[in-house]
Design a binder for this molecule. Sequence first.
Ligand code: XUL
Ligand code: CO
Length: 440
Amino acid sequence: MAGAHEAFAGIGRIKYEGPAAKSMLAFRHYDADAVVEGKPMKDHLRFAVSYWHAFRGTGADPFGPGTMLRPWENEADPLKMAVKRVDVAFEFLEKLGVGFYCFHDRDVAPEGATLAESNKNLDVVVDALEKHQQRTGIKLLWGTANLFSSPRYVHGAATSPNVESFAYAAAQVKKAIEVTQRLGGAGYTFWGGREGYQCLWNTDMKRETDHLAKFMHMAVDYAKEIGFKGQFYFEPKPREPMKHQYDFDAATCINFLRTYGLEKHVKMNLETNHATLAGHEIQHELEYAGMQGFLGSVDANTGDTLVGWDTDQFPTNVYMTTQMMYSILKYGGLAPGGINFDAKVRRESFEPVDLFHAHIGGMDTFARGLKIAAAMRADGAIQKLVEERYASWSGPLGKRIEAGTESFKSLEAEMLKKGDSAACTSGRQELFENVINTYL
Ligand code: XUL
Ligand code: CO
């Protein structure tokens, strides 16, 4: 641990103390080594902390500046501060007991006056990250590049009408993949950033999407060239910052990947609040990606039912994490992906200890979801009810259709003979919902 210079003095390693724990700085449900469906919880959940929210979030919003009290942010030189911040970050990760973190290049190291200077800054910070990874065993779940903050990306990066924005972004992603590889990162994420449009009158959508595909192919080719074996992810989001983002939802992203021949190289990184902005529940996104073979990783957070933007709150709803873990277990788990808390403490929660409360709550909420989903799968009641709903498909006619031996003509003959189809059975939604509640 960080010893005399602790940033989170007075807070020790967060331990599992069970549901009756007295302290709020303890896990009630997340017991890292407890075995669920034959695997320790930590290997099911593969929790990661987002560097950008946890260590760069200031609490600024459109109505006012930052509010966060971060006493360690006291170094005038941005590069020195970036290196010092790595000590703080790893103290936090270690005390929290997570196995992973995620970052954008510009979260960890300051941008320099030139590309070469930015790369040099990044190398200095990556040295520090590497040392702490070796010391603690904490790993990088995925790396990414910030292709949306700089004014050079005002119209997007890979989809910019300005070709040199594309070229600069390519250089930035090349470097970000290199440092991700150097840090043994298990993946690399593409989130759209400003890849989308505000107005269709001034936009050549076909050309922009072609460019985005070219960009991703270059990334895949470069990864192959340097032997980077991490999983690539595409993270859907329908809007914000642009009115329309090209990575709208899982179905749109998967269609894009297949259209441009990227489907073997890229899976989905699904974020809860992005799903709701797209008009889906996260369960829908997980099921859709899972059934198509594109389930990769999860950015865990939640929105607010009364607020229509990406509020990135910490997940506290056990019903939702149960839905998520049920789908995740069904499709064989997330590894090499994981559950990254792409979530920020509220502007009003400005003390360092709030970072602990937030992540402990999120981890416990997922641990409960995991335990409940596993219990549901163990007794199979829901699965049995679903199978009963489709029972007619297990009869001779259903079997023949599924096997592909029937046609419109043969089915017409069958129905002409019968005169009418058999009566439908009840959907029993309320029964399903009541059964789910017996586990909660
Ligand atoms: C933005 C978002 C990003 C990505 C990584 O809404 O989710 O932080 O996860 O670029
Ligand atoms: Co995200």
